[in-house]
Design a protein around this ligand. Structure first.
Ligand SMILES: N[C@@H](CCC(=O)N[C@@H](CS)C(=O)NCC(=O)O)C(=O)O
Length: 201
């Protein structure tokens, strides 16, 4: 059975959500955060000390969206838009956008909100927040007249981006989401699979 090393609110939530969407069996393994300080034995599993890690027998993945695609593959799921299918370009765009473009400012916000008090920088926080909202404007435009980010159906592109929107709620900025994003976020959070994953992570 696949094992997911997770911590609350960490990117492991993307993998747990994907597993729940596909009704796949898995074993969640809670890791204390941050592992390199709180749980050094985890460094044998993931030498970077990062969360998540997905283990499937001898196979190990430590990139959250890569792990989600892997889960979809082994489960024969329908959460990917393959080459040649309508929506493929949008799928690639938003799958990557969630991690590569939205997460960097959010990471800065998390560090400057929840990191050690003496290292928090209000100016860096404000700058990251502004950058996040500038980047979310493209998500808002993509969602005009759409329920999902790609291909008119729920995919891993939604898992990638909606996870970031959920972190925005933790950071108390979701009240400022623009209308399409606010409605989309509510739809994503209402999915039973998201709720099942979030309940444990
Ligand atoms: N690109 C990686 C990023 C992994 C990552 O940065 N994880 C965070 C938690 S969500 C972490 O472990 N941070 C602690 C650290 O880097 O020490 C992924 O998508 O899985």
């Amino acid at each position: 059975m696949m094992k997911v090393y997770y911590a609350p609110f960490a990117r492991s939530l993307r993998i747990l959500w994907t597993l729940e969407e596909l009704n796949a069996p898995y074993e969640p393994v809670r890791v204390q955060f941050p592992p390199r300080l709180a749980q050094p034995d985890y460094l044998h599993i993931n030498p970077l000390g990062q969360i998540p890690t997905l283990m499937d027998g001898d196979i190990k993945l430590f990139e959250s969206m890569g792990a989600c695609e892997y889960v979809n593959d082994v489960q024969g799921g329908d959460l990917v838009i393959a080459g040649g299918q309508p929506g493929r370009a949008d799928y690639l765009q938003w799958l990557w956008y969630g991690e590569a473009t939205l997460m960097p400012p959010v990471g800065t916000m998390v560090r400057n909100t929840f990191g050690p008090e003496d290292s928090r920088d209000g100016a860096a926080l404000a700058e990251a927040r502004a950058m996040l909202f500038e980047r979310l404007a493209l998500v808002e435009a993509q969602l005009e007249g759409r329920q999902y980010l790609a291909g008119d159906r729920f995919t891993l592109a939604d898992v990638s981006v909606a996870y970031v929107l959920n972190l925005g709620a933790m950071l108390r900025v979701s009240g400022d989401y623009s209308p399409n994003i606010a409605a989309y976020f509510a739809r994503m959070m209402a999915r039973p699979a998201f709720q099942a994953a979030a309940a444990q992570a």
